[in-house]
Design a protein around this ligand. Structure first.
Ligand SMILES: O=C(O)C(=O)C[C@]1(C(=O)O)C=C[C@@H](O)C=C1
Length: 292
């Protein structure tokens, strides 16, 4: 493990490590080259062999924190296996209940309130955590709004509990947290996943195809309603860039991926279908503009 005391670090890693310790205990203002040199028992001059300046160290520290709290946590969790919910809970413990990452996370969170670049990095890390929570809760909860609400509750619980001073009437904090976790992860409307997902009583290929045809009838009706709305959207647009609306496309695709996961539909299939559909509707909007 990178942070075990038995690993020989390069000078650069030692500065980063000492910087993260200073950040965790005293915030970014405590990350001063002279103080770090003293703590490491080296001269300040050596610092400039590894970093151009203090800002370069701060960036390297944030990179280390980001990597450890996302990719490294994911790798450690994957090593032990288990289903997605088990792995998500383990990731939560590794990130928010350990001496290593928790104090750094809380310090970064505080720092992000005053520094836009840090806020951006924190947003990226938190979004990855939310994606994991959504995917995990989506394995047993099919309502996308509820998946989002439960994911936020789980996230707020993990972070917020470190800011609470409340007692729990004879219960320990750990007991209450465990119970809160059970509530958030309680299966309400489980749908089957894996090879049994969507398994229905079908007698023959003809049977399956008849059902697919029925679903297609419903999908076509929904798409006709969608087309009416897309045409209405076209009416509000005055140029090609507005018609193409690439930002909106990405938001729609991201939302559809989350909804797909929650509903038991493969997220890649959903993305591919939606991109293709939006391309066709964009062409339709452009054609309507040309004709008008
Ligand atoms: O949201 C819009 O602005 C639309 O016109 C709808 C829609 C879509 O099909 O979802 C279609 C074209 C744009 O590229 C973005 C999205």
């Amino acid at each position: 493990m990178r942070h075990s005391g038995f690993v020989t670090r390069t000078p650069r890693e030692s500065w980063i490590e000492q910087g993260l310790k200073a950040l965790a205990t005293g915030g970014p203002d405590a990350v001063r080259v002279e103080a770090l040199a003293k703590q490491l028992g080296v001269t300040k001059g050596g610092f400039y062999g590894s970093f151009a300046d203090r800002d370069a160290l701060l960036t390297a520290m944030l990179e280390t924190w980001e990597r450890e709290s996302t990719d490294d946590v994911a790798a450690r969790v994957a090593e032990k296996g288990g289903d997605l919910v088990t792995r998500t809970k383990r990731a939560g413990v590794l990130t928010f209940s350990t001496d290593r990452l928790l104090p750094i996370d809380l310090a970064v969170r505080d720092w992000a309130r005053r520094d836009e670049a840090v806020a951006e990095r924190l947003r990226r890390v938190d979004n990855r955590r939310m994606t994991l929570l959504r995917e995990s809760i989506g394995t047993f909860c099919s309502d996308p709004d509820e998946v989002e609400a439960r994911s936020v509750l789980a996230f707020c619980l993990l972070i917020g509990e470190h800011f609470l001073a409340a007692d729990h009437g004879g219960r320990t904090r750990a007991e209450v947290l465990a119970r809160a976790g059970d509530v958030i992860f309680a299966r309400k409307d489980a749908h089957p996943t894996g090879k049994d997902a969507g398994k229905q009583d079908v007698e023959s290929l003809g049977d399956v195809r008849a059902r697919i045809d029925d679903l297609d009838t419903q999908i076509v009706a929904l798409l006709a309603r969608r087309q009416t709305l897309v045409e209405a959207a076209a009416g509000f647009k005055t140029d090609e860039q507005a018609v193409r609306a690439p930002d909106r496309v990405e938001r729609v695709v991201a939302a559809v991926r989350a909804k797909a996961t929650a509903a038991g539909l493969d997220a890649d299939v959903a993305e591919s279908v939606w991109r293709s559909m939006i391309t066709a509707f964009t062409e339709l909007e452009l054609a309507r503009h040309r004709d008008s």
